[in-house]
Design a protein around this ligand. Structure first.
Ligand code: CP
Length: 303
């Protein structure tokens, strides 16, 4: 395993398999009465979130506590970042405390890679700009395998704002390494060129979703869209939203995924989000075990 987890693109298939296998053991731990192991006792982690987060931040924090690490949550709005301190100086200050892990979310692509080159601690990317969100793709893969047994040969639709989605990028890199048939669909303005990864592109959702085994919906990322990429949210739902009628075109046992936070009524109907085919909350549960596995396996210089 490498020192850092900055992206799925850089991660070997064998390392992904190791993480997913280790996560399975940690999932068993999380079913016990006492959900804590001393695996990383004495280690320290700092969670540095420069962008809002509900799931990823709480999931990392729980994973860290379940592994018995000391946890430091860095609050950007009340830190010297607002006085103009550079990212480099902030990171070097934190490193001087002797931390073992830095979990970072930042609005700029490449920030985790920059930090990883400059510190001895293990750096984990919790989402960088429109680049990658590797632990989300790992927990998605874990959740798919749990339901479908394997990734190889599965038909997986990734639908929506692919251009701005770091979740989509990490999933495309991971699923293509494992031989899944990935279909991208969404407005042409929101689909980047990803042909190198063997994906198929559909501009008609009714055609693209036909017979798929997994439907992965994406959040419309209004906050990253400097201009309007589609006429209105009502029109977006009409062409790219997942309702029960459209879900009926997928395989009858298809599962529905969404990384959250969801825009109900814009990319997904409440009926679908809360249906028996939805595994959205199971994704959240699995995130803890997967993040425990990542932290346990990374090989920082201090360990
Ligand atoms: N999936 C995800 O990254 O959600 P948050 O933004 O709530 O962390």
């Amino acid at each position: 395993m490498p020192k850092d987890l900055v992206g799925i693109k850089e991660l070997a298939k064998e390392d992904i398999e190791l993480i997913l296998g280790t996560a399975l053991s940690f999932k068993d731990v999380l079913k016990r009465d006492i959900k804590k192991v001393p695996a990383l006792r004495g280690k320290t982690v700092v969670n540095l979130f420069f962008e809002p987060s509900t799931r990823t931040k709480t999931s990392f924090e729980l994973a860290e506590k379940r592994l018995s690490t000391d946890v430091l949550n860095f609050s950007v709005p009340t830190s010297s970042v607002v006085k103009g301190e550079s990212l480099f100086d902030t990171i070097k200050t934190i490193e001087a405390y002797g931390v073992d892990y830095i979990v970072i979310r930042h609005s700029s692509s490449g920030v985790p890679h920059f930090i990883a080159r400059n510190v001895g601690a293990s750096v984990i990317n919790a989402g960088d700009g429109i680049n990658e969100h590797p632990t989300q793709a790992l927990l998605d893969a874990f959740s798919i395998i749990e339901k479908k047994g394997a990734l190889d040969g599965l038909r997986i639709a990734i639908i929506g704002d692919i251009y701005h989605s770091r979740v989509a990028k990490s999933n495309i890199y991971l699923l293509s390494k494992f031989g899944a048939n990935v279909r991208l669909m969404g407005p042409p303005t929101l689909i980047p060129s990803m042909e190198d990864y063997g994906v198929e592109v559909f501009y008609d959702m009714d055609k693209g979703i036909k017979d798929v085994d997994v439907v992965m919906m994406l959040r419309i990322q209004i906050e990253r869209q400097g201009k309007s990429f589609f006429p209105s949210t009502r029109e977006y739902f009409k062409y790219w939203g997942l309702d029960m009628k459209r879900l009926g075109l997928a395989h009858k046992d298809a599962i529905v995924m969404h990384p959250g936070p969801m825009n109900r009524g814009i990319e997904i109907s409440s009926e679908v989000a809360d249906s028996p085919q939805s595994v959205i909350l199971e994704q959240v549960t699995n995130g803890i075990a997967v993040r425990m596995a990542v932290m346990y396996l990374l090989t920082g210089e201090k360990r």
